[in-house]
Write a protein that binds this ligand. Structure first.
Ligand code: KIV
Length: 302
């Protein structure tokens, strides 16, 4: 078996290849992961990460400035999520955001990103009616944004759209469990697939999406045991949000994990910063300095 190489990476003489349980790895003063070797993350990189048991880290971004910061950290996947409808536009649900608005956000993100795989959400109404409409929407996203893949919600009911988009050469990420675009059908954001019948349906949907050629599936707010069971029965990587630790990767909404959006506090959300507090005190400091006349100083003047 040959060594796994990313295009553009070179293997130096000091490196040696070893077999770990039949799986080749490159050692560079320690084990070099698939992710650290990837100059650009592709759908193949994510597949290799699953094969190697490396977890995939994914975050949302909707604008140039934050996408640049997120990409520089070495994140694997950036999702231009339709959660922009809530986070950027202040809507109550993801239903109102339009294709033009998603394209605007995705263009801004793609301009900033040098390494991560950029996945763009297809907004509500752009793929549910028929598969030709779905393909047209996906083509607009790919041509006008430069994004690398699209994501859409649902299983069997959107399968013809998924197939048509993949047949045209566009990578698709699925999304099962809690599907926020269907909020008015479900009426609640509670945990999905707790009962056996819905769990079996989710497992079947996941298999159908894999067979149709999806490169990955997001599982949102489902029991951890179910996510583990489905993840181990698929060869494509699964990405969880409120779906436990045994998915192949995790995703969070950037503004939630940075503590900019304080009002949203589900159990699955871990906050890594309190930017609301940081931003509030910075702006209050500025207002105080302007009002007292201490800003600008002589050094800050021409
Ligand atoms: O739009 C979004 O942010 C998403 C994630 C929650 C997976 O779909």
């Amino acid at each position: 078996m040959g060594m796994i190489r990313q295009p553009g990476s070179s293997i130096k003489s000091s490196e040696r290849a070893i077999q770990v349980r039949g799986c080749p790895r490159v050692i560079l003063g320690g084990c070099m992961s698939v992710a650290s070797r990837a100059k650009r993350v592709t759908t193949n990189t994510l597949h290799e990460m699953k094969v190697n048991g490396e977890k995939i880290a994914m975050l949302t971004a909707y604008d140039f400035s934050l996408a640049r910061l997120v990409d520089a950290t070495g994140i694997d996947v950036i999702l231009v999520g339709d959660s922009a409808s809530n986070v950027m536009a202040g809507h109550e649900t993801t239903v109102p955001i339009t294709l033009d608005q998603m394209i605007y956000h995705a263009q801004s993100v793609v301009r900033a990103v040098q390494r991560a795989l950029v996945v763009v959400d297809m907004p509500f109404g752009t793929y549910q009616s028929d598969s030709n409409n779905a393909l047209k929407s996906a083509i607009r996203i790919m041509k006008e944004t430069g994004g690398h893949a699209v994501k859409l919600e649902g299983g069997g009911e959107v399968l013809s759209s998924v197939r048509k988009i993949i047949d045209a050469g566009i990578p698709v990420m699925g999304h099962l469990g809690l599907t926020p675009q269907s909020i008015y059908k479900f009426g609640t954001y509670s945990v999905r697939a707790k009962e056996e019948e819905e769990a079996e349906r989710l497992l079947n949907d996941a298999k159908m999406l894999e067979e149709a050629g999806c490169f990955s599936i997001v599982f949102e707010k489902i029991p951890a045991r179910l996510a583990a069971r489905v993840s181990s029965s698929l060869s494509i990587p699964t990405i969880g949000i409120g779906a436990g630790a045994d998915c192949d990767g995790q995703v969070l909404v950037l503004h939630d994990m940075l503590g900019i959006t304080q009002e949203f506090s589900p159990r699955f959300l871990r906050r890594y910063a309190d930017l609301e507090e940081t931003i509030d005190s910075a702006i209050r400091g500025y207002i105080g300095d302007v009002r007292s006349g201490s800003f600008p100083s002589e050094e800050e003047s021409y």
